[in-house]
Write a protein that binds this ligand. Structure first.
Ligand SMILES: NC(=O)c1ccc[n+]([C@@H]2O[C@H](COP(=O)([O-])OP(=O)(O)OC[C@H]3O[C@@H](n4cnc5c(N)ncnc54)[C@H](O)[C@@H]3O)[C@@H](O)[C@H]2O)c1
Length: 321
C-alpha cells in the first residue's frame, strides 16, 4: 500500500513511517518542521520506498503528484497552554480541509489523529468510544484543542455522509518514547527526564495528583497500524492507549523518572507550579481509556511496561538532549 503521513518528521509520524516501511509499504511523508526534526527521519531517507516532501499541509498544492491509498493525518497544533488558541483552531481546520479534499479526490481513506482530550471533564471512567465529550467553558482556551479535534471528527463523518469519504478516527492517550519532542509540546516525560539529567527540580503543574495512563510509542504505532491497514477499521473510532490499571499520577511519574535517572538514593527535587500561572487553565484530573474495542478487533495488547519504556526513552534522550 502507499501511505501518506502528514507530520512524518514528528514523534508518532516518524515511528509509524518506520514501521510501515519495515513491513514493505510505500510511504510519503510531509512535514514543515514546525515541531518535527530532520533527525527523526534521517534513517528513513535512504529507503527507496520513502519519499519526503518538505511543505505545509495548509497549502493544497503540497499533495500535488501524490496518489496514496491512505492518508494518516497527524500534523496538528496542540493544547494552547503556552501558545495561541486561534492558531490551533485555524490551522487544524485548514489542514484537515485539504487532507479530506485530497482523500475524496483520490478515493483514499483518512486516518485522523484525535485525542483523549475530547473526553474532557467527563467523570464516568474509563472512557470508551461512545462516552460523552464534556468540555469546559469557552473562556478557558485550553479547550480549543479538544474542540478542534471534535470538529475534525464531525467534519470527517459529515464528508462520509456527503461524499462517501472512507475514514478511521483514532483517539490517542499520552504516548511517549523515541523521537518525542523534548519540550512540553511532547508531554511530561521528556521535560522531566531533562530536569533529572541536570539535577534540577522537576516542575509539577498543580499538586501532581492528576492521573494519566501512558503508552510506549511502539505500542501506539502497533495499534495505529491496524487502523491504517485493515478495511474492517473503516467507519470506526478507536481509543489507542494502555490498560486502565496502568493509571499513574504525575507526581509518581516524576518520582519514577528521577529514580531511573539519578538512582534510588538521590534526593528528589520538585517544584510545584500553580495552575494560575497559565491564566485560566483547567486540568483533567483523571483520564483513563477503555481499549477493549481495539483489543477485541485486532488482538492489540500494550506490551512495553512504563518502567521499561522510560528506560529506553532515557537512553535515547541522553544522546539527543
Ligand atoms: N503524542 C501524543 O501522546 C498524542 C496524544 C493525543 C493526540 N495526539 C495527536 O497525534 C498527532 C501526532 O502527535 P505527535 O505527538 O506525533 O505530534 P508532533 O508535534 O511530534 O508531530 C506533528 C508533526 O506535524 C508537523 N506539522 C505541524 N503543522 C504542520 C503543517 N502545517 N504542515 C506540515 N507539517 C506540520 C510538525 O512539524 C510535527 O513534526 C497530533 O495530531 C496530535 O494532536 C498525540
Amino acid at each position: 500500500m502507499h501511505i501518506l503521513i502528514t507530520g512524518a518528521a514528528g514523534f508518532i509520524g516518524s515511528n509509524l513511517a518506520k514501521r510501515l516501511l519495515d513491513s514493505g509499504h510505500e510511504v510519503t511523508g510531509i512535514d514543515n518542521f514546525s515541531y518535527g526534526f530532520e533527525r527523526n527521519i534521517a534513517e528513513l531517507k535512504p529507503n527507496s520506498k520513502f519519499h519526503f516532501i518538505e511543505g505545509d499541509v495548509k497549502e493544497k498544492s503540497v499533495f500535488e503528484g501524490t496518489s496514496p491509498d491512505v492518508i494518516v493525518h497527524l500534523a496538528s497544533q496542540k493544547i494552547p497552554r503556552y501558545s495561541n488558541a486561534l492558531k490551533t483552531l485555524d490551522e487544524n481546520y485548514s489542514m484537515l480541509k485539504n487532507v479530506v479534499a485530497k482523500c475524496v479526490e483520490c478515493n483514499a481513506k483518512i486516518v485522523f489523529s484525535s485525542t483523549s482530550d475530547v473526553y474532557g471533564k467527563n467523570k464516568n471512567l474509563p472512557f470508551d468510544e461512545e462516552s460523552d465529550l464534556v468540555l469546559g467553558q469557552t473562556k478557558i482556551k485550553r479547550w480549543a484543542y479538544a474542540l478542534s479535534k471534535i470538529y475534525g471528527e464531525h467534519y470527517i463523518i459529515a464528508n462520509n455522509d456527503e461524499h462517501g469519504l472512507k475514514y478511521t478516527i483514532v483517539r490517542f492517550f499520552g504516548s511517549y518514547g523515541l523521537h518525542q519532542n523534548l519540550t512540553w509540546w511532547g508531554g511530561p516525560q521528556s521535560v522531566f527526564i531533562s530536569k533529572a539529567f541536570d539535577n534540577e527540580p522537576i516542575e509539577i503543574h498543580g499538586d501532581g495528583l492528576q492521573t494519566r495512563t501512558f503508552t510506549y510509542v511502539d505500542d501506539t504505532v502497533e495499534a495505529l497500524t491496524h487502523c491504517v491497514l485493515n478495511e474492517s477499521a473503516n467507519g470506526e473510532i478507536y481509543n489507542i492507549g494502555s490498560n486502565a490499571e496502568d493509571e499513574i499520577s504525575i507526581l509518581d511519574l516524576a518520582t519514577l523518572i528521577w529514580r531511573l535517572v539519578n538512582g534510588e538514593n538521590s534526593e528528589l527535587k520538585l517544584k510545584f507550579i500553580p495552575y494560575s500561572n497559565f491564566g485560566r487553565y483547567e486540568d483533567v484530573m483523571r483520564r483513563l481509556p477503555n481499549i477493549e474495542k481495539i483489543k477485541k478487533q485486532f488482538g492489540y495488547e500494550p506490551k512495553v511496561h512504563l518502567e521499561e519504556g522510560l528506560q529506553r526513552t532515557i537512553e535515547w534522550q541522553r544522546n539527543v538532549g
